[in-house]
Design a binder for this molecule. Sequence first.
Ligand code: COA
Length: 255
Amino acid sequence: MAENPSIETSEEEPLVRFRLKNPGKLNAITQGMAEELITLLSKYGRDPRYRAILMGGSGGNYSSGADITAFSDKGPEEALRFHQVLNEVVRSIRSCPKPVIAVLEGYSLGGGLEIAESADIRIASESARIGQPEINIGINAGAGGNVVLPDLVGRGMAMYLILTGRKISGPEAMRIGLVDLVFPADSVWKEAEKIAQEIASKPPATVQAAKSLVNRSRDMSLDSALESEASAFSMLFATQETRERIGKFLNREKT
Ligand code: COA
């Protein structure tokens, strides 16, 4: 019997792993799965025991994109609703106080890739097949696939990927800035976890401030963005952890 599409979570403080799971469909994303992701991001975003979120897929693939089998009986209104839920996933990733690290292995396509484009760091396997193939079925990319992708790879390269629907490898995706790091397939999760652990060892308020500043600066004037940076800098001076870390550094202790 086919299992229901879902998201497997595994907690290992201070990390939590989300794995998209839609057996037999290469982890295609359903509306229910997207809603579940929003709930999980909110839950783990608030829980102080967890300091970084890893988001990938189960069974060696990240995701084949939106579940096309659910498209056949969708009209324009339902299509709009589905897209809006994916948009909410994007907002939830960006507003989550914890860093979200996407792990792209195997097929990493369409809506799956597009929500990962809003993650804080993208780590791919060498053998990943990465792309936005929506054009082949006559729909446009969603969840920021036309909006966020150009920020990562530039307008021309974004057009090339969107208009051809081609799939590229992990190293090629890193060369154009679509992913940030690449590792062999058999170690990609382990390496991603090492990076997440390292981030989790940093002061959470500072991590949160950095994420928020980087994500918000794009929509602000340079002046406002610089002022926000200064406010965060000042706010962090009021935290005990920052004071302790500065003191430790000055006493030649390890921070
Ligand atoms: N939605 C629903 N089912 C999907 C799917 C998707 N996005 N992608 C793959 N599947 C299903 C296939 O229908 C197939 O099911 P079946 O075994 O019942 O026939 C199964 O997953 C395996 O896919 P298959 O095409 O046989 O594997 P492949 O290795 O030859 O090709 C892909 C893999 C991902 C290249 C190919 O399935 C594909 O192009 N999928 C669509 C990708 C896409 O357009 N994504 C954006 C959606 S908006």
